[in-house]
Design a protein around this ligand. Structure first.
Ligand code: ATP
Ligand code: MG
Ligand code: MG
Ligand code: MG
Length: 498
C-alpha cells in the first residue's frame, strides 16, 4: 500500500514509542530560544534537557522523547519551488535521548525504521552515510553493526557534519555535536550525477539527505581570549535526530518531488483550477511557490505571528508577498490565495489542531495582506520592469531604487532581488540598507507619519488571536517569546543556509 505523509508521521512516532520514547506534541513555530526567529529544528525545545535540566514534560519524566516538529527555514527561500528538496515549512521527525542511549542505538534504530519492510522498506543498497571526520565510533557502528559498505560512508568537516553547522567556529553557544547523515540514492531517473559529484558540490538532485543523527555532547561557550572555540563536555551524552518527513514521503511514494504528494497535490490542483492554468510539473514554478508558501504562512499565522515590518512578522510578509507575486503571474488580480487555507487545514489540521482553530483568522489576515499588496504590486512590477529593461546583464540596481520599491510599492528587497536576477541584474544591498536606515532616522526624528509602516504595523489584524496552547512547555514558550523579540535573524540565516 502507498503510505501517506500522515501514515509516515504516525509510524515514526509509533516506532519510537515502541522503543520506550514519550510522544510529545510539536512546539510552536515561534522559536523557544533566542538563537533564531522561528523554530528550525526538532531539538530546539529541548536545549535545557541536553544541558542537564530534568527531563520532565507535563509531569511525565522521560529520558527518551519523540516528536513531529514543524520547522520554518527561510534562509534559502528562493530555492523553494525550484529545488526538489527545500520547503519553507517542513516537519522534522525526531527522537531524542537526554543522557540515555547514544550513537549505537540512534544508528541502529534509524536504519531499522528506514529499511525494515515493516516500516519504510527503503532499499538498503541505496543508502549512503556521512560522518564527522574523526568519528571512528560512528564508522564502527555503520560498518559492523549495520553492515554498510564502507564505500558508502564519507567523512566531512564541521561545516557539513556538525550540528549546528560549523558550531565550533561560529556558534551559536549551547549544545552541539558531531553528526552522521543518511542519504538515499533516488536513482538515474533523478539525474546521472554520482555520489562523487555530490561530494564535490554538495548538490545533487539524485542523492537526497533524509535524516540527520546528531550526537550532542558539547556545550559551546564563548570563545577564549584568543578567539579559540571552547567546547565543554556536557554532563552526559545526548541524541538529537531530525528526519525530513516530506523528503522521506517523496522517496517512499516514489514521486519526483513534494508537489505531487498527498499534501501538496490537492493544493496544486486547486491553484490550477482557480487560475485556469494547468500544472505542467517542474516548469510550473508559480503553482509550486503558491502552494508551498500558503502552507507555511498558514502555520506561521496560526501560531500567532502577524504580518508586520519587523522580525518574524516581516518574514511572514516576505513569504506571503512572494506568493502573491506568483499568484499575480498566474493572473490573479484579486485576493485568491486565502481560499487555499482550507486545503492546508484538511491535510494537516488533524496533527496540528491550531490550524483548524484559527482558520478564519488566518484567512482574514491573508486576504487583508493580499488586498494591501495587490494595490501596489502592479505598479511595482512596472516600475521595476522599466528599470531592469534599461539595464545591462551583469549590472547592479541602485540601493535607492530597491528602497523606493520597498517604500512605495511594498516590495521586500528579496523579491526585488529575485526579479532582478531574472534579468541578470544584482541589487546593491548595502545601498538599500543605507536608504532604509536613513528613512528610519527621519521617522525617528519625530515624524508622525510612516512610523507604523517602518517599525510595526498591522498588529490589529491579529488582535485577540491566542498563541498556540501547548501544555508542558509554557514556561519555555513565554520566555522564548520575550527573548525571541530580541531577534537574531543572522543566526536564522546561518542555521538554515545550505
Ligand atoms: P539540506 O542540506 O538539504 O539543506 P540540512 O542539512 O540543512 O538539509 P538538517 O539541518 O540536517 O538539514 O535537518 C534535518 C533534516 O530535515 C534533513 O536531513 C532533511 O531531511 C530535513 N530538512 C532540512 N531542511 C529542509 C527543508 N528546507 N525542507 C524540507 N526538509 C528539510
Ligand atoms: Mg545538509
Ligand atoms: Mg543536514
Ligand atoms: Mg539546509
Amino acid at each position: 500500500r502507498r503510505l501517506t505523509t500522515q501514515d509516515i508521521r504516525s509510524m515514526f512516532l509509533q516506532f519510537f514509542q515502541s522503543k520506550e520514547h514519550l510522544i510529545l506534541p510539536s512546539y510552536s513555530t515561534i522559536a523557544p530560544d533566542p538563537t533564531t526567529l522561528f523554530t528550525v529544528a526538532g531539538m530546539q525545545p529541548f536545549k535545557e534537557q541536553f544541558m542537564g535540566a530534568p527531563a520532565v514534560f507535563d509531569g511525565r519524566g522521560s529520558k527518551r522523547v519523540t516528536t513531529a516538529q514543524k520547522c520554518v527555514r527561510v534562509g534559502d527561500i528562493e530555492n523553494v519551488g525550484r529545488t526538489r528538496r527545500h520547503l519553507s515549512l517542513f516537519e522534522m521527525m525526531g527522537n531524542f535521548s537526554f543522557g540515555d542511549y547514544f550513537k549505537k542505538e540512534a544508528i541502529e534504530w534509524a536504519w531499522e525504521f528506514l529499511t525494515s519492510p515493516e516500516w519504510m522498506g527503503m532499499d538498503k543498497d541505496k543508502m549512503y552515510v556521512t560522518i564527522y571526520k574523526d568519528d571512528d565510533e560512528a564508522f564502527g557502528y555503520w560498518t559492523q553493526n549495520i553492515g554498510l559498505d564502507p564505500a558508502h560512508i564519507h567523512r566531512f568537516d564541521a561545516d557539513e557534519n556538525f550540528w549546528p553547522a560549523n558550531a565550533p567556529l561560529e556558534g551559536p553557544n549551547g549544545p552541539c555535536g558531531p553528526c552522521s547523515e543518511i542519504y538515499y540514492d533516488r536513482g538515474p531517473k533523478y539525474g546521472d550525477d554520482t555520489w562523487g559529484d555530490y561530494y564535490e558540490t554538495r548538490e545533487s538532485a539524485r542523492f537526497l539527505e533524509v535524516w540527520n543523527l546528531v550526537f550532542p555532547q558539547f556545550d559551546r561557550q564563548e570563545p577564549d581570549a584568543n578567539g579559540q572555540p571552547v567546547l565543554k563536555d556536557l554532563p552526559f551524552k545526548n541524541i538529537d535526530t531530525g528526519m525530513g518527513l516530506e523528503r522521506v514521503a517523496s522517496v517512499v511514494q516514489d514521486v519526483p518531488d513534494f508537489y505531487s504528494n498527498d499534501v501538496f497535490g490537492p493544493i496544486i490542483e486547486k491553484v490550477a483550477e482557480l487560475s485556469g492554468k494547468s500544472y505542467e510539473g517542474e516548469v510550473s514554478v508559480s503553482h509550486r511557490v503558491v502552494a508551498e508558501h500558503i502552507r507555511s504562512v498558514s502555520m506561521i499565522l496560526a501560531d500567532g505571528t502577524s504580518f508586520s515590518n519587523t522580525g518574524r512578522g516581516y518574514t511572514a510578509r516576505k513569504i506571503m508577498r512572494r506568493a502573491i507575486r506568483h499568484g499575480y503571474m498566474l493572473g490573479w488580480r484579486e485576493p485568491k490565495l486565502f481560499e487555499l487555507v482550507g486545503l492546508v487545514v484538511t491535510s494537516m489540521g488533524e496533527a496540528y489542531p491550531e490550524l483548524k482553530e484559527n482558520q478564519s483568522k488566518v484567512e482574514a489576515a491573508m486576504k487583508a495582506e493580499e488586498e494591501r499588496f495587490l494595490k501596489t504590486v502592479e505598479g511595482g512590477i512596472h516600475r521595476l520592469g522599466g528599470l531592469l529593461r534599461s539595464m545591462e546583464r551583469g549590472s547592479v540596481l541602485a540601493g535607492a531604487d530597491a528602497f523606493e520599491l520597498y517604500d512605495t510599492y511594498g516590495f521586500p528587497v528579496d523579491l526585488t532581488k529575485e526579479i532582478a536576477e531574472e534579468y541578470g541584474v544584482s541589487v546593491d544591498e548595502a545601498g538599500y540598507a543605507e536608504s532604509l536606515e536613513n528613512a528610519q532616522e527621519i521617522a525617528r526624528a519625530g515624524s508622525k507619519y510612516g512610523k507604523s509602516e517602518l517599525f510595526g504595523g498591522n498588529q490589529e489584524v491579529f488582535e485577540g488571536l491566542p498563541a498556540t496552547q501547548f501544555v508542558g512547555y509554557d514556561h519555555l514558550r513565554a520566555e522564548g517569546q520575550v527573548l525571541a523579540l530580541v531577534g537574531a535573524g543572522e543566526r536564522l540565516n546561518h542555521l538554515s543556509a545550505g
